[in-house]
Write a protein that binds this ligand. Structure first.
Ligand SMILES: [Zn+2]
Length: 171
C-alpha cells in the first residue's frame, strides 16, 4: 500500500466531478487500499478519490472514536437515496483545506447505497458524525467542498488564509 499525495485547494481536481466505476477491478481495490492508508497517515476520518487526483467515485472513511475499534468503510459509487428534513450542525474540516474548520448544516439522517469491494450493493443508514462524513465525501465526488455550505464571507476568509499559507510554504 502507498501513501498518496493529498491535493490541496485551489487544485482544480477538487472542483471536478468524478466518474462512476463500471467494474470493480483489482486496480480499483488497490486504489481504495492506498486511499485508506493515506487517510490514516494524514490522519483524517474520510477521503474521496478527487483528493488524491483520481476522478473515480471512490471514498474511504473511518468515523470510529479513539475508544472504539477501527471501522474502515470503502464505498464505490456511493449515492444518497434518503435525506432527513431534520438538520444537524457539526464542525467539519478537510484534508484538502488544512487547519480550517467550520460549522456545517446538513440533513441529520441519511441512507446511502454503494458497491462494496466484492461488487455487491450495500445500504447503510447513518446519523451523527458518520452521516456528515458520508455527505462530505460524496460532495467531493461532485466537486463540492464543505466551505461551499458556509457563508461566502467565511469561505473567502478561509481561501485567503490558505493562499497565504501556500505562499509562505513556497518561500
Ligand atoms: Zn474533505
Amino acid at each position: 500500500m502507498t501513501v498518496l499525495e493529498i491535493k490541496l485547494i485551489p487544485d482544480p481536481v477538487l472542483r471536478k466531478k468524478a466518474e462512476s466505476v463500471k467494474v470493480v477491478t483489482n486496480d480499483i481495490i488497490s486504489v481504495l487500499n492506498d486511499m485508506a492508508e493515506t487517510m490514516y497517515d494524514a490522519p483524517g476520518i474520510g477521503l474521496a478519490a478527487n483528493q488524491v487526483g483520481i476522478l473515480k467515485r471512490l471514498v474511504v472513511m473511518d468515523c470510529s472514536t479513539d475508544d472504539e475499534d477501527p471501522n474502515l468503510i470503502k464505498m464505490i459509487n456511493p449515492e444518497i437515496i434518503f435525506s432527513s428534513t431534520e438538520i444537524s450542525e457539526l464542525e467539519e474540516g478537510c484534508l484538502s483545506i488544512p487547519e480550517h474548520k467550520s460549522i456545517v448544516k446538513r440533513p441529520s439522517n441519511i441512507k446511502v447505497r454503494f458497491l462494496n469491494i466484492q461488487g455487491s450493493e450495500e445500504i447503510i443508514d447513518a446519523e451523527g458524525l458518520l452521516s456528515a462524513c458520508i455527505q462530505h465525501e460524496i460532495d467531493h465526488l461532485n466537486g463540492v467542498l464543505f466551505v461551499d455550505h458556509i457563508s461566502r464571507l467565511k469561505r473567502d476568509i478561509i481561501f485567503r488564509k490558505v493562499k497565504k499559507q501556500i505562499r509562505e510554504n513556497e518561500k
